[in-house]
Design a protein around this ligand. Structure first.
Ligand code: ADP
Length: 611
C-alpha cells in the first residue's frame, strides 16, 4: 500500500532525484569540457611548442654550419653542439606526445632525417676538406635535408594546430550539446514537477476537500452521501471510516425515526383523547393537531383556520400572543368565556400559549390554544355565592334587630341595668358589631367577585386618595400611640380609581397594620410611579408575617395561626385583592417576621385604562 508519506516521499524524492541527475550531468559536462580543453592545451600545444623549438634549433645549427664555412669554426661548432641537444630534447618531447594519427610517422621521419643531417654535418665542417667542396656539400647534401626536416616539423606543427582548432570546435560543439541536454533535463524536471503537483492534488488535496464537503453535507442533515474509495492510502482509509460512520448514523437515524414515529403516534393518540379542548396552531392560526374534545366542542379540526370559526375573542388573543411572545389568558371580569354546546351553557377559560422554537432568538414556532372547561367550577362558585348571599341576607335581618335591641337595652330606655347586665350587654353589642362587619365583608366579596359591585372609575390623584384614607385613621392610630405617616408626593400623575373602594382598601390595610403594630411603632404610606401604574405601599413596624404564610395571605378565610386572637375571619385582604383586580392592578406583600410588613398594590395610570 502506498501511503501519503510514501506518496510525498515519492514525489519529493523524484524531484530530488531529477535535481541530483541534472547536477551530476552538469558536473560531468563541465568535467568533460575541462578535459577536452586540457587535451587541447596540454597535448597539442606541447607538440606545437616542440616543433617550433625543433625548427628554431635547426636554424641555429644551420647558422653554426654557416659560421664554420665562414672560418669561425669554434663559434660554429659551439652553436651546432648546443642546438643539436636542444633539437633532440624537443624531438623527444614530440615523440612522447603523439596524439594524432600519422604524427608518429612524421616524427619518426624527422628523427631519421635529423640523424642523417647530423651525420652529414661533419662533411661540411671538416677543415681537411677544401672550402669549395664543403660549400658544395652544404648545398647538395645539407640544404635539402635542412629543408625536408623543417618542412616535416612544420607539417607536424600544422597538424597539431589543426587538431587544436578541431578540438576547440569539438569542445564548443560539446558545450552546445551540454547546453541542449541541460535544457531538456530542466524541461523534463519542470514537467515532472507539474505532474507531481497534479498528482499531489489528486491524491491528497482533492480527497480532503471531498471529505470537508461531505462533513458539511452531514452537518446540513444529508446522510445519503457516500465517498468514493479509490486509493488505499490513509485518505482512502479515512474515506472508508467516514462511509462507515455515515452508514452508522443512517442506522441510528432510522432507529430514531421509528422510535420518533412510534412516540409521535402514541403522543398524538394520547393527545387526541385528552379531556381538555386543546389545539396546536401554526403561525397563520391554522389548526395542526387538536384533541377530540376541541373538535367536538369548538370545531377546531386540523386544517381549519381558527380565526374563521367565528369566535371574536380568539383572533386578538392569537395576535397578542405572537406579538408579545407570552401566554395570553382570556380577559374579562371573571376570566371565563360563555359557550353554548347543544343549547347547554358552558364556561371555558381560554389561554393561548406560544410554542417557542428553542433557538436563541426564542421566536414562536406555533401556538397552543387551551380551552379549560370551568363549567363545574363556575357553577360551584355561583352556588357558593348564592348561598353566602342568601345566608348573609337571612342572617343580617335578625342580627340587625338583635343589635337594635342590645343598643336600646344599653341606652336603658326600657329599664335600668345593673353593672353585670351592662357588662354582658356590651359584650353582646361588640360581638353583634363584629358579626355585622363579617356579614358585610362576605356580601362585599360576593358582590365584587360576581362583578355586581359597580366600580365607578374616575381620575384621582394618588395624594388625594391616600390623604382621605389617612384622615379617617389618624385618631385611631394616635389613640394607640402609633404614628401614621403620609409620604406620598402630590406630583404623581392621576390614576384611574373608584375612590370609595380604594378608601376601603386603605382602611383594610391600615386596620391590619394598626392591629399588629405595638404602641411606639409607625405606619408609612408611600406611592411610586411605575411604567404604566402607580404603586402604593403601606409599611408597618409590627409583628410581621412568618415566611411560610406569606403566599397564602390573600386567600379567603386565611389567617396566620399564631395571630388568631388579633385577626378577623380572614376576608379583609381577599376583598383588597378583588377590588384591586377589578381596577386592573396587582397586590403584593413583603414581610419579615418580627420586623414588620409592607403591603402594596398598583393602580393603572389613566391613559392606559382609558385606551
Ligand atoms: P382579617 O380580616 O381576619 O384580618 P385579613 O385578610 O385582613 O384577615 O388578613 C389575613 C391575615 O393576615 C390575618 O389573619 C393576619 O394574620 C395577617 N395580616 C394581615 N395584615 C397583617 C399585618 N400588617 N401584619 C401582620 N400580619 C398581618
Amino acid at each position: 500500500m502506498i501511503g501519503i508519506r510514501q506518496k510525498l516521499m515519492l514525489g519529493f524524492g523524484g524531484l530530488l532525484g531529477i535535481v541530483a541527475v541534472i547536477g551530476i550531468l552538469t558536473m560531468l559536462q563541465i568535467e568533460d569540457l575541462g578535459q577536452a580543453i586540457d587535451i587541447i592545451l596540454k597535448e597539442n600545444y606541447r607538440s606545437v611548442v616542440a616543433c617550433q623549438e625543433m625548427k628554431e634549433s635547426l636554424e641555429r645549427i644551420d647558422s653554426g654550419i654557416l659560421f664554420t664555412l665562414a672560418g669561425k669554426e669554434e663559434e660554429g661548432n659551439k652553436l651546432i653542439v648546443e642546438y643539436t641537444t636542444d633539437f633532440y630534447s624537443a624531438l623527444d618531447i614530440q615523440l612522447d606526445n603523439i596524439t594524432i594519427p600519422g604524427e608518429q610517422d612524421m616524427s619518426q621521419r624527422i628523427k631519421t632525417l635529423f640523424e642523417k643531417y647530423i651525420n652529414a654535418i661533419s662533411i661540411v665542417t671538416r677543415s681537411q676538406t677544401s672550402l669549395q667542396e664543403r660549400q658544395s656539400n652544404y648545398f647538395i647534401i645539407l640544404q635539402p635535408l635542412f629543408q625536408d626536416i623543417k618542412e616535416t616539423a612544420q607539417k607536424v606543427l600544422s597538424m597539431n594546430q589543426d587538431n587544436m582548432t578541431q578540438a576547440n570546435n569539438a569542445a564548443r560543439h560539446r558545450a552546445d550539446s551540454a547546453h541542449r541536454s541541460m535544457l531538456i533535463a530542466i524541461i523534463i524536471c519542470a514537467i515532472l514537477a507539474m505532474m507531481y503537483s497534479y498528482l499531489l492534488h489528486r491524491w491528497i488535496l482533492h480527497p480532503i476537500s471531498r471529505l470537508i464537503e461531505s462533513t458539511n453535507e452531514i452537518r446540513a442533515g444529508n446522510l445519503e452521501i457516500v465517498l468514493e474509495g479509490g486509493s488505499r492510502d490513509e485518505i482512502g482509509q479515512l474515506s472508508e471510516s467516514f462511509n462507515e460512520m455515515v452508514s452508522a448514523l443512517r442506522q441510528v437515524r432510522k432507529a430514531d425515526r421509528i422510535t420518533l414515529m412510534r412516540t409521535r403516534r402514541a403522543t398524538e393518540e394520547v393527545f387526541k383523547s385528552l379531556p381538555t379542548a386543546i389545539a396546536v396552531l401554526d403561525l397563520d392560526g391554522r389548526v395542526e393537531v387538536s384533541t377530540e374534545t376541541a373538535v367536538r366542542q369548538f370545531g377546531l379540526k386540523p386544517g381549519v383556520l381558527a380565526g374563521s370559526l367565528g369566535y371574536e375573542w380568539l383572533s386578538p388573543m392569537i395576535r397578542k400572543a405572537l406579538d408579545e411572545n407570552r401566554i395570553i389568558e382570556y380577559d374579562n371580569k371573571n376570566g371565563y368565556m360563555q359557550h353554548f354546546i347543544d343549547n347547554h351553557e358552558y364556561f371555558f377559560q381560554p389561554m393561548v400559549v406560544p410554542i417557542l422554537t428553542g433557538s436563541e432568538q426564542d421566536e414562536p414556532a406555533g401556538l397552543a390554544l387551551i380551552l379549560k372547561d370551568m363549567t363545574q367550577v363556575h357553577e360551584q362558585t355561583e352556588l357558593k355565592r348564592s348561598v353566602v348571599s342568601t345566608v348573609s341576607h337571612q342572617l343580617k335581618t335578625p342580627l340587625t334587630s338583635l343589635r337594635m335591641s342590645v343598643y336600646l337595652l344599653l341606652e336603658e330606655r326600657i329599664g335600668s341595668l345593673n353593672e353585670k347586665q351592662v357588662e354582658l350587654l356590651i359584650a353582646a353589642r361588640d360581638d353583634s358589631d363584629k358579626l355585622v362587619a363579617i356579614l358585610n365583608d362576605l356580601l362585599d366579596l360576593n358582590r365584587i367577585e360576581s362583578g355586581k359591585s359597580n366600580i365607578s372609575l374616575e381620575y384621582a390623584s394618588p395624594q388625594a386618595l391616600v390623604r382621605e384614607a389617612v384622615d379617617i385613621f389618624l385618631i385611631e392610630t394616635r389613640d394607640k400611640g402609633v404614628m401614621l405617616l403620609n409620604e406620598v408626593s402630590d406630583e404623581l400623575p392621576e390614576v384611574v380609581a373608584d375612590s370609595q373602594k380604594i378608601r376601603h382598601v386603605f382602611a383594610n390595610l391600615f386596620s391590619n397594620a394598626l392591629r399588629f403594630t405595638n404602641p411606639g411603632g409607625s405606619i408609612t404610606v408611600r406611592a411610586n410611579l411605575e411604567q404604566d401604574s402607580v404603586r402604593f405601599s403601606v409599611q408597618d413596624t409590627g409583628t410581621g408575617i412568618p415566611a411560610e404564610h406569606i403566599s397564602h395571605i390573600f386567600e379567603q378565610f386565611y389567617r396566620v395561626p399564631e395571630q388568631d386572637n388579633k385577626s378577623g375571619i380572614g376576608l379583609g385582604l381577599a376583598i383588597v385583592k378583588e377590588i384591586i383586580r377589578a381596577h386592573g392592578g396587582e397586590v403584593g406583600v413583603e414581610s419579615e417576621f418580627g420586623k414588620g410588613s409592607t403591603f402594596n398594590f398598583s393602580l393603572p395610570l389613566m391613559k392606559k385604562t382609558i385606551q
